[in-house]
Design a protein around this ligand. Structure first.
Ligand code: G1P
Ligand code: ZN
Length: 547
């Protein structure tokens, strides 16, 4: 064991959010940078001696080296055992599942989620607690505070562990158990879903394209979809995690997953398309339309899963409630109303779902940003969402498009789009939000292009379980006809600021359900640009990404 000195500057340097610390690989490779974070983390973990830690990541560049660093430091801090995914691999939801299943003290997840990877890309680290969910703010604040003051770190001098060999090895006194990264997760999925029904679906010739985007979803999709469910070889594409994701941007949406969209278009398209992100917690669902791909809006996906939950063994007895982030469309609210269950509206970010899930207040939750999940783990879960869809497709015999259209016919369509203005000047973005906030008191009751404003506010949230309060979570303008415009600045971007504008309109006329979203939302887009004076504040006449 050694106690080594940390360089005085720079250090972890930035407050890690609950999604952890994300930085360029070059920053993480500075001597002592990762060590500083890990030391600050371990210093705050009381009673970790003799305990079990879970460790793994999404396989991006620097993953393997970081695994060895964390292992050496865990040994020097007296952890009893570390469960590490073979090859250093664990998807974020699988890490959550392993922590829960093994009653671990916590886990270290190495990932920068959907951010690009490779030597020029991003790396990240985060800590999850015993419930399998991201560490709450009081823990991450503590990590940050200590990272600013510590000057030394404790590590082992033992040689690297062979993380490609399953089974138990020792690093000093600590047991390192290299586990199959898929096994525990696959067992959990078999408890959730009707695998026999899905197997019969594939046996009957149903065709699927699962695009794992060269990221960590691949091993899970291979083992579960092609292995346990018997889908033909070749169903999973881009299924081997690559350190640079093969230069794909593993953030599935119709823009980044254009190859999947192309394959889901045309007469030869398979029945079902799906993609997952870098660490496999996000998902995209695509059906086959008339000659073109039929991409399911994540907000609709959440609502549809909730409406069909009792077709799935795990949720056969019904769901207790739904939670959605504030900018996510209100489609789920309509389902909740029909089911007579609560729908909670939380600020953006998965952490707000944790307390509700732990308390049993909600069963399903989701965000418009391609994240869906349930009480089975404490992270959003991409592969789980895909299996949920497969279960529904198998149980109903309907196509993705038929299911979605029937859902709209029953509940109305929440036409939805998000416009991102990426990499804008931070000062301009702040000024835009400040000017919007200043307008809010005068907006209620006003008529904007024939739509009456019902409520205009800056979203605030009080957690019903622990009473914690969060303010300034996004400006929302709600209209009397159910339409909404939401403005907020991204909390995850790494360059400049990103303005997100979320647009939603309710269409109950079935005859108009086929109108493309951008066309249906044009009047709201216009209101949003004028109200926020987007061009004046950002210099942009167009969003950079429309999903
Ligand atoms: C984005 C998404 C948000 C998600 C977060 C982490 O955050 O919008 O829903 O929880 O990534 O995956 P944002 O950049 O908008 O702050
Ligand atoms: Zn992710």
């Amino acid at each position: 064991m050694s106690i080594l000195t940390l360089p005085t500057t720079p250090f972890a340097g930035q407050k890690p959010g609950t999604s952890g610390l994300r930085k360029k690989v070059s920053v993480f490779m500075q001597p002592g940078y990762l060590e500083n974070f890990v030391q600050a983390l371990f210093d705050g973990l009381e009673g970790c001696a003799g305990q079990t830690l879970v460790l793994g990541g999404d396989g991006r560049f620097h993953n393997r080296a970081a695994v060895q660093t964390v292992l050496r430091m865990a040994a020097a801090h007296g952890f009893g055992r570390v469960l590490v995914g073979r090859g250093g691999i664990l998807s974020t939801p699988a890490a959550s599942a392993v922590i829960r299943q093994h009653g671990a003290y916590g886990g270290v997840v190495l990932s920068a989620s959907h951010n690009p990877g490779g030597p020029e890309g991003d790396f990240g680290i985060k800590y999850n607690i015993a419930n399998g969910g991201p560490a709450p703010e009081k823990i991450t604040d503590g990590i940050f505070a200590r990272s600013q003051t510590i000057s030394r770190y404790r590590t082992s001098d033992a040689p690297p562990v062979d993380i490609d060999r399953l089974g138990t090895q020792h690093l000093e006194q600590m047991a390192v158990e290299v586990i199959d990264p898929v096994a525990d997760y696959a067992a959990l999925m078999q408890q959730c879903f009707d695998f026999d029904a899905i197997r019969r679906l594939f046996a009957g010739g149903f065709r699927m394209r699962f695009d794992a985007m060269n990221a960590v979803g691949g091993p899970y999709a291979h083992a579960i979809v092609e292995g346990l469910l018997g889908a033909p070889a070749g169903t999973v594409v881009n299924g081997t995690p690559l350190e640079d994701f093969g230069h794909l941007h593993p953030d599935p949406n119709p823009v980044n997953a254009e190859d999947l969209i192309a394959h889901m278009s045309g007469p030869e398209a398979p029945d079902f398309g799906a993609a997952t992100d870098g660490d496999a917690d996000r998902n995209m669902i695509v059906g086959r339309g008339a000659g073109e791909a039929f991409a399911v809006a994540p907000s609709d996906s959440l609502a549809l899963l909730a409406a069909h939950a009792t077709l799935v063994p795990r949720y056969r007895g019904g769901i207790a409630g739904i939670a959605r982030s504030m900018p996510t469309s209100t489609a789920a609210d309509r389902v909740a109303r029909a089911l007579g269950i609560p729908c909670h509206e939380t600020p953006t970010g998965w952490k707000f779902f944790g307390n509700l899930l732990d308390a049993g207040a909600v069963t399903l939750c989701g965000e418009e940003s391609y994240g869906t999940g349930s009480e089975h783990v404490r992270e959003k879960d991409g592969v789980w969402a895909v299996l949920f869809w497969l279960n529904i497709l198998a149980a109903t015999g309907q196509s993705v498009q038929q299911l979605v259209q029937a859902h709209w016919a029953r509940f109305g369509r929440n036409v939805y789009s998000r416009h991102d203005y990426e990499g804008v000047d931070s000062a301009g973005a702040d000024a835009l939000m400040a000017a919007l906030r200043a307008q809010l008191p005068a907006l209620a009751g006003q008529l904007l292009d024939g739509r009456r404003v019902k409520l205009a506010d800056d979203f605030a949230y009080t957690d019903p379980i622990d009473g914690s309060h969060s303010e300034r979570q996004g400006v929302r303008i709600l209209f009397e006809d159910g339409a909404r415009i939401v403005f907020r600045l991204s909390g995850t971007g790494t360059e400049g600021a990103t303005l997100r504008v979320y647009l939603e309109a309710i269409e109950t006329d079935v005859g108009r359900h086929g109108v493309p979203a951008q066309q249906a939302l044009a009047p709201l887009i216009d209101i949003a640009q004028r109200l926020a004076r987007i061009e004046a504040h950002t210099g942009r006449t167009q969003p950079s990404v429309v999903t």
